[in-house]
Design a protein around this ligand. Structure first.
Ligand code: ADP
Ligand code: G6P
Length: 467
């Protein structure tokens, strides 16, 4: 369907897959797992993607980038501060991640959240063809399904939450919780990462709205008197496993692997790759490595820990404070154990291009994924997908959605520092036979439940929505 007639599939997410930037193309890839996942889906379906391009007071004219039809939603400086830095990332993000840092509750940022959600709904309504499917994503846009349904009752509306949905006892802190739930219930189908998230959501519907839920959903009467069945289910997201594997097999990746090997020397390589977010447990890894060096259980001449951390949400206090703490810890460990020719920690505060990232996944003997809470964690699945010779060990926090299915990883509790240290030692010393047996099972899982099957599963269920 063309831009003039409207699009048959419209994806709505706070982030467009690209951010405006001073590069020859005029943009760079936007950070995060949502963008990674949806890029594959939108390219295949030729839908439109409605979202923010990361600029202040940018335009709203559609453009094409990276082979996708993109429809920007502009934001003012005040909205970036109150909606994005504020309600989305200083209220909902910590609230939905088990209050690892204290959520802020401010009426002003809530007002901005409502206003920006209205704008997203208006933009999506403007580009959706009659009877189209609109798929809304993530915690920044919880009010959009309801707002969109009020404007366009002809649409089929889906919502997917990429992050955890917290237990009601935590969700109940939110002063506007019942408005958020009512907004989400504008969707015909709500998807979550884990069955636990879906049941937390259904419980929040019962407790905050007094709704009666049954099976995987609930019946609801809309403000216009229409009765609808809303379905709620888990759809664990995956990665583009065949695409990643194909890229890893390219000659250019092998060349990059050889260059990295030269730079890092003949040491065992332990890898961390994350947005620099307090949910990711980066300080847990640093502490574990520090203690293992101090206790002589790891030799700083024999191993190197490479941590690549994408800058993220840098105006939010909790992120600034965490970055300072991590950089201090890296400096302390390297100060103690580095020599003139090598340091045991290589810390890169940057976003890597995909070819370099894949070469790192390929070369790393051990991948450390230790979030305190994470909806899924695609990095863990990307690492597995790239291990084409079945070697390598994944150390994975139990508090990630990925741990539900990647059960052959070394599962750890990131709050148990001794347990994390033991797992690192086990990983570094694991015999190749055991590595292969575990990795084969992990790769099978990541291949079967890839991002395409995730999207197809959700969209097929959405298409089957009773109307
Ligand atoms: P989140 O969505 O919370 O950032 P995920 O692990 O689910 O966490 O997804 C992160 C995505 O961002 C992955 O696709 C990963 O490859 C990418 N990514 C994370 N850190 C970096 C980095 N430093 N450089 C490049 N890409 C990164
Ligand atoms: C997570 C969230 C996404 C978000 C991404 C990057 O993956 O689930 O919604 O886009 O982090 O964060 P940012 O704030 O840069 O969009």
């Amino acid at each position: 369907m063309s831009a003039d007639e409207g699009f048959g599939l419209v994806v709505v997410a706070n982030r467009l897959p690209v951010e405006r930037a001073d590069t020859p193309q005029g943009w760079v890839r936007a950070p995060g797992g949502l963008v990674t996942a949806l890029t594959t889906v939108v390219r295949r379906t030729e839908g439109a993607w409605v979202g923010w391009d990361g600029s202040i007071d940018g335009g709203s004219s559609p453009f094409t980038a990276a082979g996708m039809h993109l429809v920007p939603v502009p934001m003012s400086q005040a909205e970036v501060t109150d909606f994005y830095d504020g309600f989305a990332n200083a209220t909902l993000w910590p609230l939905f991640h088990d209050v690892i840092v204290k959520p802020q509750y401010h009426r002003q940022t809530w007002a901005a959240y409502r206003a920006v959600n209205e704008r997203f709904a208006a933009q999506a309504a403007a580009v959706a063809a009659p009877g189209a499917t609109v798929w809304v994503h993530d915690y920044q846009l919880t009010l959009v399904p309801g707002l969109l349904r009020a404007r366009r009752p002809d649409l089929t509306i889906g919502f997917f939450n990429h992050i955890p949905f917290p237990p009601y006892e935590i969700f109940a802190q939110l002063p506007w919780g019942s408005v958020v739930i009512a907004g989400l219930l504008g969707a015909d189908l709500l998807g979550f990462q884990r069955p636990q998230d879906a049941s937390n959501f259904l419980r929040a519907c019962r407790r905050s709205l007094g709704a009666r839920t049954s099976g995987h959903g609930l019946d609801r009467v809309d403000p216009d008197g229409r009765r609808r069945r809303i379905r709620v289910r888990a759809y664990p997201i995956g990665v583009d496993a065949p695409g990643l594997e194909a890229q890893v097999r390219q000659e250019s990746t092998s060349r990059r692997v050889a260059e990295f090997r030269e730079q890092l020397g003949d040491r065992r390589i332990i890898l961390g790759v994350d947005r620099l977010d307090y949910t990711k447990g980066i300080s847990v890894r640093l502490r574990a490595m520090d203690e293992l060096f101090a206790e002589g259980r790891l030799d700083p001449d024999d191993v190197v820990f490479v941590q690549v951390a994408t800058p993220t949400r840098e105006r939010v206090d909790a992120y600034r404070e965490m970055r300072d703490a991590i950089e201090l810890a890296v400096g302390r460990v390297n100060g103690r154990y580095a020599t003139l020719s090598s340091a045991p920690i290589v810390y890169l505060h940057s976003t890597m291009g995909l070819p370099d990232l894949l070469a790192l996944y390929r070369i790393a003997d051990v991948m450390l994924v230790t979030p305190l809470r994470d909806g899924m964690n695609l990095v863990a699945k990307e690492y597995v997908a790239c291990r084409i010779d079945d070697s390598g060990v994944l150390v994975l926090s139990r508090f990630t959605g990925a741990a539900d299915t990647l059960t052959k990883a070394l599962l750890v509790n990131p709050h148990d520092i001794e347990g994390v240290k033991d797992a690192i030692i086990q990983a570094v010393g694991m015999p190749l036979r055991e590595q292969r047996a575990r990795m084969r099972a992990l790769r099978r899982e990541v291949r079967i439940h890839d991002v395409q099957s995730w999207a197809e599963g959700f969209l097929a269920d959405l298409a089957a929505s009773p109307s």
